[in-house]
Design a protein. Structure first.
Length: 166
């Protein structure tokens, strides 16, 4: 976690990504053994978990993944792709489930016009109009709480000290 005046930078847990990378490597090896035994399912196993190697290994590269909280909004990156939002466009943050994973999700304020179809689909599938791709080294609950504190301070126009991670 790095801080600058009016800014907080959070990075994902390297241990989590290393663990998921190791699991992906193990399943690719299992897939290769299945291919050697003549089982077509081995191709699916090796291919799927090969993508995991790219994703989890890629996020270990410096600069590939981060969350930056700033006075006017936040920016996020995952595998060198990212986006950002203004605090004033967000109605609130909460924990959402995506399968076995918990993430920080949010809905937009009434009247927000961006990506209507994508927001509807996300809301129906995950219970929120949008979500962060990672929890950046924190629990989803503590990150949602932290982001909600930043949002409330920004919306209220507070110029006080920024909240810190628990």
């Amino acid at each position: 976690m790095a801080t600058r005046a009016g800014q907080l930078v959070l990075r994902p847990s390297p241990a989590r990504h290393l663990g998921l990378l190791a699991i992906s490597i193990a399943f690719v090896a299992i897939g290769v053994m299945m291919i050697r035994d003549g089982r077509w399912e081995g191709w699916l196993t090796a291919g799927f978990f090969g993508l995991g190697i790219v994703a989890f290994g890629g996020n270990l590269i410096p600069g590939a993944s981060r969350l930056v909280l700033e006075v006017d909004g936040f920016r996020y990156r995952n595998l060198f792709r990212g986006g950002g939002e203004r605090w004033r466009d967000i109605a609130g943050f909460r924990v959402v489930s995506a399968g076995a994973t918990t993430l920080v999700g949010w809905d937009y304020v009434d009247g927000h016009t961006g990506q209507r179809l994508g927001r509807k689909i996300s809301k129906r599938l995950g219970g929120a109009e949008a979500a962060l791709p990672d929890t950046y080294g924190h629990s989803a609950a503590s990150l949602a709480s932290l982001m909600e504190q930043w949002r409330l301070q920004a919306v209220a126009g507070s110029t006080g000290v920024r909240p810190t991670v628990d």
